[in-house]
Write a protein that binds this ligand. Sequence first.
Ligand SMILES: C[S@@+](CC[C@H](N)C(=O)[O-])C[C@H]1O[C@@H](n2cnc3c(N)ncnc32)[C@H](O)[C@@H]1O
Length: 241
Amino acid sequence: MPACVDVARWRRDWEAAMRHYQPGRDEMLATGLAAVEEAHGRTPERVLDIGGGPGTTAEAMLRRWPGAHVTVLDVDPVLLALTDTALPHVRTVRADIATERWRAPAGGPYDVMLAMMTLHYLPGDRVRAWYAEARQLLRPGGLLLVADAMRDAPSVVPAQPATGGTDPWAEWWTRLAGEPAMASLRRARAAALASPTCAEFVAPIGWHRDTARRGGLCDARVLHQRADHVLMAFRRPEEHR
Ligand SMILES: C[S@@+](CC[C@H](N)C(=O)[O-])C[C@H]1O[C@@H](n2cnc3c(N)ncnc32)[C@H](O)[C@@H]1O
C-alpha cells in the first residue's frame, strides 16, 4: 500500500457506509461477541472473519479479545491491502467463498467464525453448500455467527436503493477509483474479480436455520434483529466417541 494512502480514512468511511446499510451494527456485533464469550466460557483463541473487507470488524474483535489470532478472508485485494496495512498482526487470506476451494487456504479449526453482510453475495445454492463447508472449519463446539438481511421474500431481490439519493457504498468505490495511489491495487482487483457481482440473496430466518442444520450445525439462535437485519449463531456439535 503506498504510504500516501490515508488508510485510516478509507476504513473509517467504509465503517460509516456499513452502518448506513446495517442498522444497529455496533450493538449487533457487541451482542454476538458477548454470546461467543458465554458459549466458549472464555475469550476465543482462533477467529475467522469471512468476507472481512478492510478489517474493521476484525479490529473491533481484537479490541475485545486482544490475545486472539484473527484471520480475515476476502476475495478482494483492495480490501485485504487495507486490512494488511492497518492490522499487520492479523493474517489475511485471499479466497473466494463462491467455490468450495476457499476451505484449504482458510485453515482452521476455529473457535469462532463470522460472516457479516457477506452471504448475500452468494446465490442460494452456494449458501446451502457454504454452511456445510463452514462447519468443517469450526472446532467441535465452535460458533458460527452470520449477520445479513433475512426476510420472507423472493430469494433474489434487487439491491436496496439508499435513502436521500446517495449510495454510500457506491460512493466509496467511486472515490477509490479516483485515487491515483490506489491504481495498482485497482488493477489487481480487476484481475482477481473477473466480474465482481453480488447475488443480493435474501432468505428468511427459518431458511438459514434449516440449511445450517442440514449442513451439520445445531443450536440455531437469533441473537439480534433490527428491521430485516439479523444476527444468528450456530454451533458445531461436540463429538462424542
Ligand atoms: C458488504 S461487505 C461486508 C464486509 C465486512 N464483513 C463488514 O461487515 O464490514 C461484503 C464483503 O464480502 C466480500 N465478498 C463478497 N463475495 C465474496 C466471495 N465470493 N468470497 C470472499 N469474499 C467475498 C467482499 O469483498 C466484501 O468485503
